[in-house]
Design a protein around this ligand. Structure first.
Ligand SMILES: [Zn+2]
Ligand SMILES: [Zn+2]
Length: 820
């Protein structure tokens, strides 16, 4: 039979829109709550409403959609929702710059981005869309705040905050670049003391270190572990006896109790409250000037390893209880009040920073851990390795690793301190002095103090008519109608909290809202939570490692302890895609190398852009955008089109070798595409599809093909292409007389037996004597055959240690190795 149909031209602009409208009208990709199929919650990070959808969004979302579609064809009820992260500084900054209201700016962007997202042809369930700046959403963000407050996980505290003088706002540590600049605008960050709201993430530090219940990339787990920074050590008191000072000790945390005998100075953070009390009269002016200077520096600057360490002796001493020595007290900006106790002991012999400091200020350097061969000579640099304790009284001669425990036990016995665990992680500062965020649902009453807004009074609406330009104060503070309220407890006059919440609060729980987005009684129903949560597969950028991905884990664990959810981890599996670059550089507006997907979609179709992005390189590594690469992919889709629709000469040849070969190619390809798709190896998955197309083209050109095998081969091609190029596959499925829709078909299965290469037996000789027989693929090359023969253990016992003269290959039959 010969198909005689006009092939027509592959015109993506004509077919893509048509199918998208049909899919939407039919609700084809809806994930019903009452579906009997097993659930699969697939989630890609929701976009920030920053303007146009750029190629980075496509790069994160299109391959995610391919995998979500794959699981759908594998019989799962796949939930793949989409929404918008809509609160936050960029909206406000852009709005200020363009002089339009953040609400309008944001909603305009949402409308545009929604259409752009739809052009991707993804299976997003738009009925579940959420917008985090929508009162129906942030009402529940506020509800969550109240739960944290109720459970003692939200508290108000005074804290030196990272302050960006340009953005006029407090920044989280994560928003300060390593250079000490504001992540958003590049201005050097300074410090400011403010009364703000914190979330007690430190309470979960230990549990957050445990990634054993989730399959995440190792590097993300490592980044989180480093960020949390757990260290075991000892908190020990140093005696204080200063006239007129109430405090009788300084408490210090150290991970090196074995070196306490080597303390020769003590450093207080310049902001430490004891500095003022302890400073001697003749040091006061110098100390005050130093404190002032330190306050102007960012934390990153203060901790920088390159920066020369400075300090000032405050004219006071404390006592090392272990050896009775008096220790001079300094202030230095590298000691931070909010790290540990804000006091650091100086052990110059065994810490390089302390060594430099002691050298600079002429302080003694006392070796207490002897390096191998130590004869009492002065150290050239700090000795950091283990050794033997010396100059340490009763501990002399103890190996330092044992000494850690021995000294710690001694200190505990004496009542001078205790073993404890220190963390680098600090509580999460969630207050923002900006307008475009969810208001914190708290009221301050002169009589009752801090009063939470009752849950049935939520949402606390963000007033639309606020003056939102940054002044250094919360814009809402200037809005009398918002600020002045009545106390929910005593009905007296009260003031509202005027800070808004960090937008990471919104993204902490958005994946929970998708499962029940229109619920007006609760953030989501328990039954639906049990059905859908947690997320099975999450995809997104690694840049969120210590922010969103850590906060969401904390949030989930806290929600579990509140009894709101019944699982421990929000995202069971995580995959981080790489970055798309252009012209060897990261895309940015200033470089002018931003790739706008819309133009390419209009010209070559969404399918071509989708497939090209997967083909560009290993997904986790990213790759370089190249127009000619995209054109190549577009040509391949054209070849698929022509291959499927152009006439083919068929006959009944079920047992012909060519038919067997065709079937083998098909089963091999199904196996490769399946395995690659599951393992996020999208580039090799596309390559397998291209090779398959080439193989089918060759078979077709070689003469008549078996009708049944050809039909199976073409159907399989379309099914395998369907997740990657959903529009093209749907069109070709319809044109090859199949019913609607290909996207409701099952994923094809391969037969291991049929996929197996035909094999031949290769005889291997050494000096003409039979030494081994190898089963090798029929298509083995000379090079492969020789390599396999020489690698055989049985052959190697006769060749090892001998001189190889030559290797003779008789194609398809024999390898003879000649040795002497
Ligand atoms: Zn800034
Ligand atoms: Zn009151």
């Amino acid at each position: 039979m010969t198909r005689s149909r006009t092939v027509g031209r592959y015109a993506p602009s004509e077919i893509e829109k048509k199918w998208r409208e049909r899919w939407a009208a039919d609700g084809l990709y809806r994930a019903p709550d009452d579906d009997p199929r097993p659930k699969f919650y697939y989630l890609t990070m929701l976009p920030y409403t920053s303007g146009d959808l750029h190629i980075g969004h496509w790069y994160a979302m299109a391959p995610s959609d391919v995998q979500a579609r794959y699981w759908r064809m594998r019989g799962y009820n796949v939930l793949f929702p989409m929404g918008f992260d809509a609160f936050g500084l960029p909206a406000e900054n852009a709005a200020i710059k363009q002089n339009i209201h953040p609400y309008k700016w944001t909603m305009d962007n949402v409308a545009r981005m929604r259409e752009q997202l739809k052009s991707m042809g993804a299976i997003f369930d738009w009925e579940r869309e959420i917008i985090s700046s929508d009162p129906d959403y942030y009402r529940w963000t506020q509800w969550w705040f109240l739960q944290f407050y109720k459970h003692g996980l939200a508290y108000r505290g005074q804290a030196p905050a990272n302050w960006c003088p340009s953005c006029q706002t407090v920044l989280a540590n994560e928003q300060v670049l390593p250079s000490g600049q504001c992540e958003r605008c590049g201005t050097p960050v300074t410090k400011r003391d403010l009364e703000q709201w914190f979330f007690r993430i430190t309470k979960y530090a230990d549990e957050l270190l445990d990634h054993s219940k989730i399959q995440w990339p190792e590097r993300i787990a490592t980044m989180q572990k480093n960020w949390i920074g757990r260290s075991e050590g000892v908190e020990i008191a140093f005696g204080l006896d200063a006239p007129g000072v109430e405090e009788k000790e300084l408490r210090v945390f150290t991970t090196r109790p074995d070196t306490i005998h080597g303390v020769t100075f003590m450093v207080l953070a310049p902001e430490h409250p004891l500095v003022e009390k302890l400073t001697a009269a003749d040091k006061r002016a110098e100390v005050e000037a130093y404190v002032e200077a330190a306050r102007r520096q960012s934390e990153i600057e203060r901790l920088s390893t390159e920066k020369e360490k400075t300090g000032v002796f405050i004219g006071a001493y404390c006592k090392n209880l272990l050896n009775g020595e008096d220790v001079p007290i300094f202030i230095a900006d590298y000691a931070l009040l909010w790290y540990g106790t804000g006091i650091v002991m100086g052990v110059p012999a065994h810490d390089q920073r302390d060594f430099d400091f002691a050298t600079k200020y002429g302080l003694p350097i006392k070796t207490v851990i002897a390096p191998p061969g130590y004869q009492g000579e002065p150290l050239e640099a700090a000795y950091l390795e283990p050794g033997t304790m010396v100059n340490s009284g009763p501990f002399d001669g103890t190996p330092s690793e044992e000494g850690k425990t021995a000294v710690a036990e001694y200190i505990e016995k004496q009542g001078w301190g205790k073993r404890t665990v220190g963390y680098r992680l600090r509580d999460w500062l969630i207050s923002r002095q900006r307008y475009w965020g969810a208001p914190i649902p708290i009221v301050y009453c002169e009589r009752c103090g801090i009063v939470p807004v009752p849950e049935d009074k939520l949402p606390v609406l963000l007033p639309e008519d606020a003056e939102f330009r940054p002044t250094g104060e919360s814009p809402l503070r200037l809005h009398q109608g918002f600020v002045n309220t009545t106390c929910p407890q005593c009905q007296g006059p009260a003031r509202r909290e005027t800070d808004t919440m960090d937008t990471f609060m919104c993204s902490n729980w958005y994946f929970m809202r998708y499962i029940d987005p229109r619920n007006s009684e609760r953030p989501f129903s328990r039954g639906l939570a049990r059905k859908w949560l947690p997320v099975d597969q999450y995809t997104g950028g690694a840049e969120h490692a210590v922010m969103h991905l850590l906060y969401a884990r904390f949030f989930t664990k806290a929600a579990r302890d509140m009894g709101v959810v019944e699982f421990d981890e929000p995202f069971l599996r995580l995959f981080n895609q790489g970055t798309i670059i252009a012209g060897k550089a990261k895309m940015s507006k200033s470089r002018g190398n931003v790739v706008a997907p819309d133009e390419y979609v209009a010209r070559l179709g969404a399918d071509a852009v989708r497939v090209y992005l997967m083909f560009i390189g290993p997904w986790e590594q990213g790759g370089e955008w190249d127009d000619s690469g995209l054109a190549g992919v577009s040509r391949w889709l054209n070849r698929v089109w022509n291959l499927v629709l152009s006439p083919v000469e068929t006959a009944s040849l079920p047992d012909a070798p060519a038919t067997r070969e065709l079937r083998r190619l098909m089963h091999k390809t199904i196996r490769r595409v399946t395995e690659d798709t599951e393992r996020f190896r999208f580039n090799t998955m596309v390559a397998a599809l291209m090779e398959y197309t080439n193989g089918l083209t060759r078979a077709k050109e070689a003469g008549s093909v078996d009708a049944g095998a050809w039909r199976d081969a073409i159907d399989t091609l379309l099914l395998l292409v369907a997740p990657s190029a959903p529009h093209l596959a749907e069109e070709l499925w319809a044109r090859t007389n199949h019913g609607y829709s290909i996207h409701n078909q099952s994923w094809p299965e391969w037969d291991e037996e049929l996929a197996r290469e035909e094999e031949i037996t290769l005889v291997v000789q050494v000096n003409g004597k039979l030494r081994d027989r190898l089963q090798v693929p029929a298509g083995v090359t000379e090079e492969q055959a020789k390599e396999l023969a020489l690698a055989s253990a049985r052959v190697r016992t006769h060749t090892d240690g001998k001189q190889m003269l030559r290797v003779i290959y008789v194609p398809g039959r024999l390898v003879n190795v000649v040795v002497r």
